[in-house]
Write a protein that binds this ligand. Structure first.
Ligand code: ASP
Length: 604
């Protein structure tokens, strides 16, 4: 049944034919999308990457083609030659670009057959298990939605390249087989056959290489770079993912921001026709934490956290007084139009905050006929007024009291997000960008009782905070910044250290002694001694940006061949065991019971 394609040439794509082509000949090639019988004729929707054209097999027009068409099933691959006809009145299809015309088949070749697809290609309304879609990704990619996301991914990459090229950036590849470094997530290791017992790592990011490119005088670098991190994939992560990575010499923070704002403006305009407002707003880390309880807040809705610690002094409510005596804090949010929330709804919310570590959730409802609250009897008028300052009629004020400020903020931040989603306060189709600046240089690793770099150890502290490194390291602010979009950390970067003595001091502060620092990062520190220019940069999550612009939640939806939550590719089955001789050649012996995976560290 199957015939060769030899000698046939495609004349048009399946989205090309229009009224003006009527009467002409065309040869189309593609997949059988749908087949219907009507009035003694067979109608095929023929699909290729561009779109769909209706092909009619009419026994009166060409009986041989009609006979052959009777064998066609979904996803068969065919070549059809015929005459372009105008569709009869009443049968045009406004949803198709080719909806005014059809191809009257005169000859057909079946180029390949297809088994019944386990993934419904034509019917996208049918819910399909993601595991099945990933196993048969080659079929899933045929579906319109997936195809469009892959096309958008390409368009975003192209727009980035075009813009950065126009700004004097060079696209430079950095190595994939690199040296394993201690700081960061866990490395993927690759054994070296030529150097038995030695390993390369796959890069967690091109961080050190891009800095060395700056020392190398290349001034403006970018790369749409694959990064590899061997982490647990609890959240929406992939073991290999893509970043728009860039680095610039002779710049300050604002210069990096301008380039990224320009890039995103260009990308949104080119790919989605959207005009982004730039510059994006900039908010210091400390302020963002106070207002949203998160360093990646969703600012598409309000409901900001407020501080009523002072206003609620002197109540008769034991829990508040207990917390205040211990120098704790009372914070709240005002949920719009929820003053009428039921007992049951409030109980559910209370359960949520308890599971997050609060002793309780205290609700005060500002109803039209007065203030209602289960703690009302403990409050005087001045206390109610302190709350009223943050609420309007119809609002439900929710309070959390906690000994630790960061905990109270974190709990309310999560509650805010949950309620924002639940009450549909997040407007669709909006893109709220925000720079978070002045991150702390270090954070305290409670488990290991040591300081760690908050961003990475190559980040420069703010010059005015350098003296605090030895005296008050936890209050040292860094020149790191994050770009946040709709509650996602879209990217992060920093102005870097470019001098050896400061780099040594930072390594020391995070517990790397001189010997270790020299062993692991000697090449970088040596480079800093040969005229390293001031430099800084950033990396944006390319998969995440594509997911947001495509309107999907998971980055798996915008990766052609993703891995599942167990870091397995269900299509190829990777990772797999390998043959003993492959192991022997790299002198590796596999232990019987692998250790349970754990996570570590800060990402580079
Ligand atoms: N390499 C950093 C990261 O992957 C980004 C940067 O600092 O440029 O997060």
């Amino acid at each position: 049944m199957v015939e060769p394609m030899i000698g046939l040439k495609r004349s048009h794509g399946c989205a090309a034919l229009r009224d003006g082509d009527v009467g002409g000949k065309a040869t189309l090639m593609g997949w059988v999308h749908r087949r219907r019988e009507f009035g003694g004729m067979t109608f095929i929707d023929l699909r290729d990457r561009d779109g769909i054209t209706q092909v009619v097999f009419n026994p009166q027009h060409n009986s041989e083609a009609f006979e052959k068409s009777q064998a066609l099933k979904s996803e068969f691959v065919i070549a059809v030659t015929g005459t372009v006809g105008k569709r009869p009145d009443g049968t045009t299809n406004a949803r198709l670009a080719t909806g005014d015309v059809e191809l009257l088949a005169e000859s057909i070749r079946i180029l390949n057959t297809s088994k019944t697809s386990p993934v419904p290609v034509a019917d996208e309304t049918q819910a399909t298990d993601e595991a099945l879609r990933m196993k048969y990704r080659f079929l899933d990619l045929r579906r319109d939605k997936m195809k469009n996301r892959i096309i958008m991914r390409h368009q975003i990459a192209k727009a980035m390249r075009d813009y950065l090229d126009s700004q004097g950036f060079l696209e430079i590849e950095t190595p994939i087989l690199v040296r394993s470094t201690p700081e960061g997530a866990r490395d993927y290791l690759v054994p070296s056959r030529v150097n038995p017992g030695k390993f390369y790592a796959l890069p967690q990011s091109p961080q050190l290489f891009k800095q060395l490119l700056m020392v190398g005088g290349l001034e403006r670098y970018f790369q749409i770079a694959r990064c590899f991190r061997d982490e647990d994939l609890r959240a929406d992560r992939q073991p290999e993912f893509t970043q728009l990575d860039l680095e610039m010499s002779f710049v300050e923070q604002d210069d990096v921001f301008t380039v990224i704002e320009g890039t995103l403006k260009h990308v949104f305009k080119q790919v989605a026709g959207i005009d982004l407002q730039t510059p994006f707003i900039r908010v210091p880390y400390r302020e963002i934490m106070e207002r949203y309880g998160s360093d990646k807040p969703d600012t598409r809705f309000g409901m900001e956290i407020f501080d009523v610690t002072e206003g609620l002094r002197g109540t008769e409510f034991a829990r508040f007084n207990e917390v205040l005596e211990r120098n704790g804090t009372i914070r709240g949010i005002a949920v719009p139009e929820q003053a009428g929330a039921s007992r049951k709804e409030l109980d559910t919310l209370a359960e949520t905050v308890k599971s997050l570590g609060a002793a309780g959730l205290y609700a005060v409802a500002f109803q039209a006929d007065g203030v209602k609250s289960s703690i009302g009897k403990f409050l005087q008028e001045s206390h109610v007024n302190a709350l009223r300052a943050h609420a309007k009629e119809g609002d439900l004020v929710l309070l959390v009291a906690h000994e630790e400020k960061s905990k109270a903020l974190d709990i309310l931040g999560r509650l805010r997000l949950e309620l924002g989603r639940q009450h549909k306060l997040i407007p669709p189709g909006t893109y709220n960008f925000l720079w978070v600046v002045n991150f702390p240089q270090f954070h305290w690793n409670e488990e290991e009782q040591r300081l760690e770099a908050e961003h990475h150890p190559f980040t420069s502290p703010l010059p005015e905070d350098i003296p605090l490194i030895d005296t008050d390291p936890r209050n040292v602010r860094s020149s790191a910044y994050d770009l946040v979009l709709n509650g996602n950390e879209l990217g992060s970067g920093s102005i870097r250290i470019h001098q050896r003595p400061l780099q040594e001091r930072i390594f020391q502060a995070i517990g790397l002694n001189q010997e270790e620092a020299n062993e692991k990062f000697g090449f970088l520190m040596e480079a800093f001694e040969y005229g390293a220019p001031p430099h800084g940069g950033i990396a944006l999550g390319f998969d995440r940006l594509t997911a947001i612009m495509s309107g999907v939640d998971s980055i798996r939806e915008v990766v052609a061949f993703p891995k599942n939550q167990n870091a397995v590719d269900p299509m190829t089955g990777a990772p797999v065991e390998v043959a003993q001789d492959q192991l022997d050649i790299v002198r590796i012996q596999v232990k019987a019971t692998p250790k349970a995976p754990q996570e570590s560290g800060v990402l580079v």
